[in-house]
Write a protein that binds this ligand. Structure first.
Ligand code: PMP
Length: 433
């Protein structure tokens, strides 16, 4: 193979993919891989689906691209309505984008323009968690709490307030009310120091993704954050880029907790790996206020194009027709039990946490002390490489300066069958020896 002109991350040369079907991919040598992480937690319905292909081809034959300022397009209107329906009408307005970063970026800008329109331009800070990941564009990076990504831009992205979220693994048992009270009172103190009148919104992932290894928030904590938002007059933005569209077993993760956001960003699973499509869902009055004061000063060329929206629509239709959320619940239990069994067997598996088919496994030097592996040991890279040798793809991240240990996500397609869950666990176990 001649040297590739592409650059991405330092690392070993990658195998060249040949084709994929269902939860499996094959490389050019014929080696088979079980997609234990849906690519980048995107291919939620598996690969090579005929029904999605048919829907995309039908739209391609009609029209692939129109620009949102020139034509209304039926797939966009239908997908917008489908998304509103999935929130049971609680979030009534939809703005389309093409990626998770764009969805977060758009939510941040919509929130800011809302307060400018309301005559509160002094609101210019967001509050987010450390660790967290909200995207790679400068605005989304500005609310991201992940040092390796922030470092080169620390002095040029807007200073947001980054506060610790609850950590039920290191500091408490799951759902520990005392721990939550403590974290919430520290958060309140940080906001009071910064000035509550300067805050635009909280930005949170209801279940952390790659940056935290599926660290869970809980009902009590989210209730507390919602109450702070209401008290200080700021908004709650949920980043459901990863958790949205069924990943946790509900259409949106907030529905498990019953805590209503004002704005919600979603992407990954909406296009299910077949086409990039993302969206911001909003309370109607926020959008009405912005539109009444000159409109939303924001947009992306490919946003909401007919092919993207026809794909998103086909994804939701397949999920409804096949009751995919029921499969997430059933397979999620099997995956959880299997991962817990691995935790019982391997002392360096510190924590197994998650919801639905979003599971994080944290690796530590010792399960009792919970001390993370030194960063230079690259445990996350080693386990990923060993899993790949066994024909299993998982989604890793490295240690965050002792905030969390190395971890990886296990997030297979939501349509995975029971025998493939068993195969996934068998391959993971072999990679751990
Ligand atoms: N937010 C979250 C929670 C994510 O997991 C991601 C992607 N990993 C993003 C935002 C950014 O999405 P994208 O890579 O599509 O820009």
């Amino acid at each position: 193979m001649s040297p590739s002109p592409l650059f991405y991350q330092a690392g070993p040369a990658l195998p060249e993919v040949s084709h994929a079907k269902g939860v499996y991919l094959w490389d050019e040598t014929g080696k088979q891989y079980l997609d234990g992480c849906s690519g980048a937690i995107a291919c939620n319905l598996g690969h090579g689906r005929d029904d999605i292909r048919e829907a995309m081809l039908a739209q391609l034959d009609r029209v692939a691209f129109t620009y949102r300022t020139q034509f209304e397009n039926a797939p966009a209107v239908a997908l917008g309505q489908a998304l509103v329906d999935l929130t049971e009408g609680e979030l009534e307005k939809v703005f389309f984008v093409s990626s998770g970063s764009e969805a977060v970026e758009s939510a941040l800008k919509l929130a800011r323009q809302y307060f400018v329109a309301k005559g509160e331009p002094q609101r210019r800070h967001f509050v987010s968690l450390r660790p967290s990941y909200h995207g790679s564009t400068l605005g989304a990076l500005g609310v991201t709490g992940y040092e390796p990504l922030e470092a080169p831009f620390a002095d040029i992205v807007n200073a947001s307030l980054k506060v610790p979220g609850p950590d039920f693994y290191r500091h408490a048992g799951a759902g520990d009310a005392h721990h939550v009270e403590h974290v919430l009172s520290d958060t309140r103190a940080a906001i009071e120091t910064a000035g509550p009148e300067t805050i635009i919104a909280f930005v949170l992932e209801p279940v952390g993704g790659a940056s935290t290894g599926a660290r869970m928030l809980d009902r009590h904590y989210l209730d507390g954050i919602r109450a702070l938002c209401d008290e200080f007059g700021c908004l709650l933005i949920l980043d459901e880029v990863l958790t949205g569209i069924g990943r946790t077993g509900a259409w949106f993760a907030y529905q498990h907790y019953g805590v209503m956001p004002d704005l919600l960003a979603t992407a990954k699973g909406l296009g299910a790996g077949y086409y990039p499509v993302g969206a911001v869902l909003s309370r109607a009055d926020i959008v009405d206020t912005v539109m009444a004061s000159g409109g939303f000063q924001h947009g992306h060329t490919y946003a909401g194009n007919p092919l993207a929206c026809a794909t998103g629509l086909a994804v939701i239709e397949v999920m409804q027709r096949e009751n995919v959320l029921d499969n997430v619940a059933a397979r999620g239990h099997e995956l959880k039990d299997g991962l817990q069994a691995l935790k019982a067997r391997f002392p360096w598996v510190g924590d197994v946490r998650g919801l639905g088919l979003l599971w994080g496994v944290e690796l530590v030097t010792d399960a009792t002390t919970k001390i993370p592996f030194p960063a230079e040991q690259n445990r996350f890279a080693r386990i990923t490489a060993l899993a790949k040798e066994e024909g299993l793809l998982i989604y890793p991240r490295r240690t965050l300066n002792g905030v969390a240990g190395d971890h990886f996500l296990v997030t297979p397609p939501l349509t995975i069958r029971a025998d493939d869950i068993a195969e996934l666990l068998a391959r993971l176990e072999r990679a751990m020896y």
